[in-house]
Design a protein around this ligand. Structure first.
Ligand SMILES: Nc1ncnc2c1ncn2[C@@H]1O[C@H](COP(=O)(O)OP(=O)(O)O)[C@@H](O)[C@H]1O
Ligand SMILES: [Mg+2]
Length: 324
């Protein structure tokens, strides 16, 4: 039997609170919203769940509080088939929460997010020391920036020392040390994070994109010591610069996007599973665009992340093919 892909995700676990509205409130204004959803999320847990739903073996390392949200989130991770033995319950700090406001405008949806990290902020570097001698059992490590930087830096150092590829999704936007960047194999900012990290704006109106600016931002990040720069561009798709080529892959078309929450998490998780399963870079980009498109057609973070079978059904339906 073929060996299953082993992925390690070290990162945040949050309970999302999501309000949908036709218009964002201005300063001092109250607006009547359309719907409320509470759902499990956090960039780390989302990316881990996306990988697991696509069939990978996933170990999640993170921290929740000793409360009802923490218990619920732990159970969701278990239900997704993940190894949760390294999810720590902090005795003092509450489980992290996020508040997301989604504005639905015509066929478009945009969001604004506040994260209260709670237990995620209490994660200490020494709590990942067990990885020093065990990290080589993983095919890939995925990190984000919703936990203390020192934890991420330590994990990346251990992985690089053992030659395990590291993907960093640098979100939310935070300055990164050159040493940390030098331990990464892939970095996957969205267009806003790329602009913050590289100092080069990448404005785009749908698929109208200035590829020279994408190229320049990717080159700037590559010059800091990471070989592969993957910039996700929302409804314009994604571009990957591996030093030899800049490959652009448009997002999937003909869908009805209702909530962009976790689009990037879905993309990063599926790109890693695609690559780790043997797809070449171009096919992995296409795969990730197809999976992330399904995610933006469903509400919430974790509940929106599709399994392979759900994605297959979604695309069969949208192409008018018979489903299972
Ligand atoms: N409106 C959309 N239609 C189709 N795919 C989308 C849409 N918005 C996002 N995606 C997919 O999700 C990926 C990640 O979205 P992006 O907005 O760049 O990430 P983030 O959530 O980090 O801001 C895109 O590269 C694309 O594949
Ligand atoms: Mg975006």
């Amino acid at each position: 039997m073929e060996k299953k892909l082993n992925i390690l995700v070290v990162g945040s676990i949050l309970m999302d609170h999501l309000a949908t509205t036709e218009v964002f409130p201005r300063e001092g204004q109250t607006v009547m919203g359309k719907k409320f959803n509470r759902a499990p999320g956090g960039k780390g847990a989302n990316q881990a769940v996306q990988c697991a739903r696509l069939g990978a073996n996933v170990t999640m390392v993170g921290k929740v509080g000793n409360d009802a949200y923490g218990k619920e989130l732990l159970q969701v991770c278990k239900d997704a088939g993940m190894n949760t033995e390294h999810i720590i319950t902090d005795p003092v700090s509450p489980t992290g929460c996020s508040f997301i406001v989604v504005e639905e405008r015509g066929g478009q949806a945009v969001n604004r997010i506040i994260v209260l990290p709670g237990a995620n902020a209490e994660f200490r570097p020494e709590e990942v020391d067990f990885l020093k001698d065990t990290i080589d059992q993983y095919d890939m490590v995925i990190l984000q920036l919703e936990i203390p930087m020192a934890v991420n830096e330590r994990v990346a150092e251990y992985a690089a020392a053992k030659g395990v590829p590291v993907m960093l999704n640098p979100a939310p936007s935070t300055p990164l040390s050159d040493e940390f960047i030098s331990h990464l194999t892939y970095i996957s900012p969205n267009e806003h994070e790329a602009a913050d990290l590289a100092g080069i704006d990448i404005p785009h109106d749908g698929s109208q994109l200035d590829m020279e600016r994408v190229r320049a931002a990717a080159a700037k990040l590559r010059s800091r010591g990471v070989n592969n720069v993957l910039i996700t561009l929302g409804d314009a798709g994604a571009a990957l610069d591996d030093g030899d080529h800049l490959r652009f892959s448009p997002c999937a078309e003909g869908i009805n996007a209702v909530d962009p929450t976790a689009a990037g998490d879905s993309f990063v998780g599926s790109f890693c599973v695609g690559l780790g399963s043997g797809l070449d870079v171009e096919a992995a980009l296409r795969f990730a665009n197809q999976i992330a498109a399904v995610t933006v057609c469903r509400i919430g973070a974790m509940p929106a992340l599709p399994t392979l079978a759900e994605a297959e059904d979604f695309w069969k339906k949208s192409l008018g093919l018979p489903q299972k």
